[in-house]
Design a protein around this ligand. Structure first.
Ligand SMILES: Nc1ncnc2c1ncn2[C@@H]1O[C@H](COP(=O)(O)OP(=O)(O)OP(=O)(O)O)[C@@H](O)[C@H]1O
Length: 265
């Protein structure tokens, strides 16, 4: 169970990115975090594993208060929080297998990781994971030879080989085409269900979120504006989260495009 208690982040610039977030995510629940640009979604995800230091409030993973940990204790807890990034964050010149195994760096000793000699059990698990995501035949390819969807699958394997309790997923589909985006979202949600894993997925595409998750949280100006099921995300709720201006801006853009076509014709 992840629990956030009045989690707050004010950047040095004075930007109040999170204004006291209260949230509980039970084991096994996949939650989509939506909201307009600048609402605080990335900040919230990063405050949980303290890639960004919160300025107030608390975050708990089961009985451990993450916000109170020393750097050494935090390194241990971070093993339990797998992270998946928009830009995959792979090491391009390393193979798929080496990238997956790098998820074990928090567990193996320094020399072992430096010489990249991982225990056989880790290698076996990496093969199992690559097989599960359909990349077994790619194990020896270099990461820079892969498509975006394949890279994201490697990123997913790297997060899972940590054996986490929680996945923190930051815009996993933002660099992918619509079909690949659906495949990746389905894969993440299936894997969470198979492993009883909780996940927070920061996602811009509301329709995609609605297709796959059980719960949606909408952030606006650093506060929770909505917390409910995908079915409860009515146009009124979306307007509350995103504001009228955003919808109008979208409509305006379409009208501009129509005008452009009219001028060409
Ligand atoms: N390193 C930083 N220094 C100062 N302000 C920041 C920093 N990172 C984010 N912010 C500010 O915090 C607020 C929340 O930003 P954040 O990136 O968390 O939003 P977001 O919802 O993830 O946006 P997007 O969907 O565009 O990625 C914004 O006002 C942003 O300008």
């Amino acid at each position: 169970m992840l629990r956030l208690e009045t989690l707050t982040k004010t950047y040095k610039t004075g930007d109040q990115a999170l204004k006291g977030i209260d949230l509980e995510i039970p084991d096994g629940q996949v939650l989509a975090l939506i909201g307009p640009s600048g609402a605080g979604k990335s900040t919230m995800i990063r405050c949980i594993n303290r890639l960004v230091e919160p300025t107030g409030g608390k975050a708990w993973l089961d009985d451990t208060e993450l916000t109170g940990l020393s750097q050494t204790a935090l390194r241990h807890q971070r093993r339990l929080m797998g992270m998946i990034f928009q830009e995959y964050a792979l090491v391009e010149r390393l193979t798929v297998m080496e990238n997956v195994l790098s998820g074990r760096l928090g567990y193996v000793g320094f020399w072992r990781s430096w010489t990249r000699r991982y225990p056989q059990a880790d290698v076996d698990e990496a093969f199992r994971l690559l097989d599960r995501v359909g990349l077994l035949a790619m194990a020896d390819k270099r990461a820079d030879e892969l498509s975006g969807g394949q890279r994201q699958r490697v990123g997913i394997c790297r997060a899972l080989i940590q054996n986490p309790k929680l996945l923190l997923v930051d815009e996993p589909t933002a660099s992918l085409d619509p079909k690949t985006s659906r495949q990746i979202m389905r894969l993440i949600c299936e894997l969470c269900a198979e492993r009883g894993l909780a996940a927070i997925i920061n996602i811009h595409d509301v329709a995609l979120a609605q297709m796959f998750v059980q719960r949606v949280v909408g952030l606006r100006f650093g506060a929770i504006e909505f917390d409910g099921t995908p079915e409860e995300l009515t146009p009124d709720v979306l307007t509350r989260i995103y504001g009228e201006e955003d919808w109008e801006a979208t409509i305006q853009k379409v009208e501009d495009e129509d005008d452009a076509v009219a001028v060409q014709a």
